[in-house]
Ligand binder design. Structure first.
Ligand code: ADP
Length: 556
């Protein structure tokens, strides 16, 4: 009798005998306890962010079984990952690595290719290897979540020295979020920019360290296996090392499994003050963005602020039914009423000041007088809004303290799930206005209320349009899917591209980055085929299909 049950779905072109042989060999690598074959729908029924699924997309926009793994393998240490790569090559079975699998809105832990074997790196490989408070950095393994690192800083009384940056939801991992080029809101909000040094298992099972990590530490014990050898002291201090800079090819990619990553931390700034500026009219958007650009580029606005349309805070404060009993979309008058009811504006800008009082006061006086030029702008600190969940959440996130309160807005609709449509825009009033008009119009034409924010990186904005749908309502899911496809095409026609994508949309978005006859995709495919000739690692990730997959049969 086989030790494992048959999977609910097999990997492509793999029969059950081959699958079982693979799984028993994998059990020899990681131990039988660290394999979970997904054989029954009860194993892909989880729906809770903090106890999230390791095999399917909890916020599926297509059928739940479309993106589903056949088994989850939990490596205990780096050599297990290396052995799993070799095994996957031997059996030509696709593997899909993830760190904590809480990439919700983009597919969670689910693989692009149905039946792939998931590599749950975070289950065991979750050590904080170093926190250096003098040079302000940390070195972490895949399972370290934002909550974990924060707890570590608190327990060891290190927040007096260093702060971290966190994204909206703190349950994800530093490595997963950074590789996906996720963002947060402190001055260190660009996570990819703020990583320094990777240790990566390549698809053939070999192990590299990038940047200064490639230069051996003379004190390292050469008798130890490479992953255990003491690292170069500058690994987390200088990103580039010597020669071609490799790190980029490992983000949003299928070219390696990242098993260690350095992350830059902020020095404790010596003082913090979050703020909210509300703007009463929808038409204020243009002016707000024009004022914001020079303030942000010159770092008067020190963090990556968040400019939200009214329904983000409204959805955080309660479901749709709290505001209307009608099924009809909310019109401008109703949105004005909601804004008034919540003592907010149609646009609301959340930001923060960092530094001692004297620094904060001078920055605030410039910010206040600049935005004060917009009639009706109102200025708030946390103490002015003791019952405001949105303000409290931002006050926490903006000082690098993780939360999960931000997830509340998905409950706007019953069985609320979300997809993110996230195009990049220049920080100009014209572009913001044009992007807002186009996206709001299409969102409404597909029967959804517009919920969106502009997050200002430095010279660009990530426009995050949240499509909240009812995952138990087929019609709602279908509309959401049609909408996002329409948005992608309409945005590309205006020169706007998305920075990140759900599994179901990776091909579509990759297809819009088509300059010079898809020259960049051709390069990505060359790299893929050179580093992973059997196409075993995350095939289809971000639209890159290895040569052994007939692309035209796989693209969606
Ligand atoms: P989060 O940290 O938000 O929970 P995930 O763990 O779900 O994010 O990772 C998001 C995506 O990033 C995965 O689907 C995978 O494509 C990629 N990824 C995550 N961790 C790794 C890793 N350690 N090595 C390679 N790719 C990874």
């Amino acid at each position: 009798m086989e030790e494992f049950r048959d999977p609910f779905v097999l990997p492509p072109s793999v029969d059950r005998e081959k699958f079982h042989e693979f799984i028993s060999r994998a059990a020899q690598v990681v131990g039988i306890m660290n394999i979970m074959v997904i054989s029954d729908p009860s194993q892909f029924s989880k729906q809770d962010y903090m106890d999230s699924s390791k095999s399917h997309d909890m916020f599926h926009v297509l059928e739940k079984e479309e993106f589903l793994s056949s088994a989850v393998v939990m490596p205990r240490q780096v050599p297990d990952v290396q052995d799993m790569m070799r095994l996957a090559n031997e059996f030509e079975i696709p593997v899909w690595p993830f760190s904590t699998g809480r990439n919700i809105g983009y597919g969670g832990a689910a693989p692009r290719v149905r039946g792939s074997v998931a590599l749950d790196l975070g289950r065991h490989m979750n050590r904080i290897l170093e926190v250096n408070t003098d040079a302000a950095y940390a070195l972490v393994e895949p399972g370290v979540s934002y909550f974990d690192l924060h707890d570590y800083l608190v327990k060891n009384n290190l927040r007096k020295d260093v702060w971290m940056d966190v994204p909206d939801l703190g349950g994800g991992s530093l490595i997963g979020n950074t590789l996906e080029r996720g963002i947060g809101y402190t001055p260190y909000g660009d996570h990819w920019m703020m990583h320094c040094g990777l240790e990566v298992v390549l698809p053939d099972g070999s192990l590299i360290r990038t940047g200064m990590g490639a230069l051996p530490n003379p004190q390292a014990d050469k008798n130890k296996s490479p992953h255990e050898q003491e690292w170069n002291k500058s690994w987390q201090l200088f990103n580039y090392g010597f020669g071609p800079y490799n790190d980029g090819i490992f983000s949003q990619s299928s070219l390696g499994v990242v098993v260690k990553m350095g992350v830059s931390l902020m020095m404790n700034p010596g003082g913090f003050q979050s703020y909210l500026i509300t703007f009463p009219r929808n038409e204020d958007l243009h002016k707000i963005v024009e004022i914001m650009r020079p303030l942000r580029i010159s770092l008067v606005i020190q963090n990556a602020p968040k400019l939200e349309s009214i329904l983000v805070a409204a959805a955080l404060a309660g479901p749709r039914t709290k505001y209307t009993s009608s099924e009809k979309l909310l019109d401008d008058q109703e949105l004005d009423n909601i804004a008034e009811q919540l003592n907010l504006g149609r646009w609301n800008l959340y930001g923060a000041l960092y530094g001692p009082q004297v620094v904060r006061d001078s920055l605030w006086s410039v910010i206040k007088s600049s935005f004060g030029n917009i009639p009706g702008a109102k200025f708030f600190f946390l103490e002015d809004r003791p019952d405001d969940l949105a303000m409290q959440t931002r006050n926490t996130t903006f000082q690098g303290i993780p939360t999960i309160s931000e997830l509340e807005w998905v409950n706007w609709l019953p069985n609320g799930s979300h997809l993110f449509f996230s195009p990049i825009a220049p920080v100009t009033g014209d572009e913001a206005q044009a992007q807002y008009q186009l996206t709001r119009q299409l969102v409404q034409e597909h029967g959804f209320d517009f919920i969106g924010s502009f997050l200002v990186g430095l010279r660009e904005m990530h426009h995050i349009v949240c499509i909240v749908f009812d995952r138990k309502d087929d019609e709602s899911r279908r509309r959401a899917y049609t909408l996002i496809k329409t948005l992608i095409a309409a945005a590309a026609a205006r020169g706007w591209g998305e920075y990140r994508a759900h599994l179901a949309l990776m091909d579509e978005i990759a297809g819009t980055y088509s300059f010079n006859d898809n020259a960049q995709m051709k390069l990505n495919e060359k790299l893929k085929n050179a580093l992973d000739p059997k196409g075993i690692l995350a095939p289809g990730k971000n639209g890159v299909w290895p040569a052994n997959y007939k692309k035209e049969e796989w693209v969606m």
